[in-house]
Design a protein around this ligand. Structure first.
Ligand code: GLN
Length: 321
């Protein structure tokens, strides 16, 4: 077998543990300025349309506990689909790999709220991060856990170490009034016998999970367990290392819907987005980074957030690739 050694020149160029993340974040904040305000703030949830489009925050938390942040990183926003990662973690804790009988693990290649694949795939959603998949995950949680939605919120408290994070009832109510597509999805999945609970109950719980309000800094803390093999910021083991690996892989392959290929190419990190304009990305064993900018691109991912994460991994040379 032939040994292959890195030349010293190459290893000199590798990113060092001493990366000055604060300076990098400040550079990024400057460089994204011309883009801020571009993209469309989600308006299909009427309450979300009220959020000012010029907001931008970014927070990076290293695995050894250093927090770096710029802009509106301490301001809370609606995490929306980012909650799908946390509810998936709870569902996997409850039912393990039997979850995969009811939801797939492949990218969908279609919009996060699409109905089309469900017909030909007989009510088995492609993955847990599109809406259809998250509804099935929510159904599992409702069946397995008493006080299921409160347990999701408690998980957020335990994962982040921040106990006043809460649901935003006005956002949940707004989505309930206007969430016709999700109503259609839940009923369609129920028609294939892939929901055990009443669609209305699953939808009410799902809308609540999506309504959780958190800041970039709080999301970076809450997702730290995914960068630390399942151990959260408070030292509690929230998930096994094996299951942490599964969730990171799913974020990389399914976390940004029909833009996952583009995100893997540009950002090179497991990511999860939400239509509130948040994006969380995990660099296993190094850091968690979260951006918030409400303007969305055509696929429903934060336009400026995606650009900021691209700049971060390009400038530091740190990504899973
Ligand atoms: N609550 C939103 C919905 O179901 C979440 C979608 C998202 O963040 N991509 O449409």
């Amino acid at each position: 077998m032939m040994a292959v050694f890195l030349s010293s020149k190459h290893s000199d160029e590798l990113p060092m543990a001493s990366t000055d993340f604060q300076t990098v974040l400040e550079e990024i904040h400057q460089e994204v300025q011309p883009l801020i305000g571009q993209g469309e703030v989600a308006s299909y949830i009427p309450e979300l349309a009220c959020v000012p489009g010029h907001k931008f925050g970014m927070a990076l938390l290293t695995c050894d506990g250093q927090m770096f942040s710029v802009g509106d990183a301490a301001e809370r926003f609606s995490i929306q689909s980012i909650s799908k990662v946390l509810s998936l973690a709870l569902a996997i804790q409850q039912v393990g790999t039997s979850l995969w009988k009811r939801v797939g693990r492949e990218p969908s290649g279609s919009a996060f709220n699409s109905l089309v694949q469900l017909e030909s795939e007989e009510g088995i959603p492609r993955n847990p991060f599109i809406n259809a998949g998250a509804l099935v995950v929510t159904d599992v949680i409702l069946t397995e856990l008493e006080e299921a939605t409160q347990t999701v919120l408690n998980f957020v408290h335990r994962a982040s170490g921040v106990n006043d994070i809460a649901f935003d009832d006005s956002i949940a109510a707004s989505e309930k009034l206007a969430g016709y597509r999700n109503v259609a999805l839940a009923n369609f999945i129920r028609a294939f016998d892939n929901l055990d609970n009443e669609p209305a109950d699953v939808l009410a719980a799902y809308f609540k999970h999506c309504s959780i309000a958190m800041s970039c800094e709080e999301l970076a803390k809450a997702f730290m367990f995914l960068a630390r093999n399942g151990t959260g910021i408070t030292g509690e083991e929230l998930l096994s290392a094996e299951r942490t690996k599964y969730i990171n892989a799913l974020m990389l392959t399914c976390g940004t819907y029909d833009a996952v290929g583009d995100f893997a190419y540009r950002v090179g990190l497991p990511c999860k987005s939400g239509v509130g304009g948040g994006l969380v990305a995990v660099m296993p064993r190094e850091f968690v980074v979260c951006t918030w900018s409400p303007g969305l691109d055509k696929r429903g991912n934060s336009l400026v957030g995606g650009h900021a994460l691209d700049l971060l991994t390009s400038k530091t040379g740190i990504s899973v690739f």
